[in-house]
Ligand binder design. Structure first.
Ligand SMILES: Nc1ncnc2c1ncn2[C@@H]1O[C@H](COP(=O)(O)OP(=O)(O)OP(=O)(O)O)[C@@H](O)[C@H]1O
Ligand SMILES: [Mg+2]
Length: 234
């Protein structure tokens, strides 16, 4: 198998023309302040033991539930917890890549961006979930972009944008519900979408502790890594 891409946290191998193998590692990202941060764009020098296992465990469980409930098509074909790998359908990616973010509580880059707004503070619960899209560009700090700009710039077709907005919201609400059902308060999360061989939206990448912030319900006690993933073990 050929290594086609070494991402910040995963290694990507090509299996055949239509499928990839994602290998989850213990590498983690940090933000510009040097803190380990799922939204961070820099690779941390240190690794977190069992982070790869945690990310695969949770991703495979969430993709399975999304598949079973027919909420959206996902790229997962199979997974192997011992090999730390997931076999996936190869997606056609948007150029540049996009990150789809949902927020229920004000924190991270959202808080920094809107700190001039009266009352904005870390941990402020938002009265409605906020859905954002950012361009994947580490050097530019992943700038937010609105759906009409994505269509106007030819990054996403109008037809796909309409479908993606609905699918993304449905998936995000479903994920939030999966956390709540496990006594977890999900503050924010980022996911990725691509297009399948027929050009239709496909949920890709991972849904894992490396992409979200979650707390024990009713507390300010952050749940991370394996502890979070174990809640999703099937
Ligand atoms: N089904 C898929 N088809 C094609 N590419 C995929 C698929 N699923 C995930 N990817 C890509 O594989 C790569 C995985 O690497 P990794 O998660 O380490 O991310 P990265 O490139 O460092 O970026 P970031 O961590 O900022 O999302 C990402 O570029 C992701 O977009
Ligand atoms: Mg990634």
């Amino acid at each position: 198998m050929k290594l086609v891409y070494r991402g910040k946290t995963k290694d990507v191998y090509e299996c055949d023309a239509n499928s990839l193998r994602l290998v989850f590692t213990d590498r983690v990202t940090k933000n510009d302040a040097g803190e380990i941060d799922p939204g961070g764009n820099n690779l941390a020098e240190e690794t977190v033991p069992d982070q790869g296992k945690a990310c695969l465990l949770m991703s495979s469980a969430i993709f399975s539930e999304i598949n079973e409930k027919k909420i959206a098509p996902t790229h997962m074909i199979s997974y192997d917890l011992d090999a730390l790998s997931m076999q996936v359908r190869k997606a056609k990616m948007f150029t540049p890549g996009l990150e789809w973010v949902a927020r229920w509580v004000c924190t991270g880059s959202f808080m920094r961006r809107y700190k001039m707004v009266p009352g904005v503070a870390d941990g402020l619960r938002l009265p409605n979930p906020v859905f954002e899209i950012t361009l994947k560009d580490d050097a530019a700090g992943d700038p937010p972009i609105v759906p009409s700009a994505l269509v106007a710039l030819g990054i996403v077709s109008k037809k796909n944008m309409d479908a993606l907005l609905g699918l993304n919201e449905a998936v995000m609400q479903a994920i939030h519900g999966m956390f709540a059902a496990r006594g977890l308060d999900l503050w924010d999360i980022k996911i990725e979408w691509g297009l399948d061989q027929d050009g239709n939206p496909l949920l890709i990448d991972e849904v894992s502790p490396g992409c979200c912030r979650a707390f024990k319900a009713g507390t300010r006690e952050r749940v991370s890594g394996l502890e979070l993933a174990e809640k999703f073990r099937r």
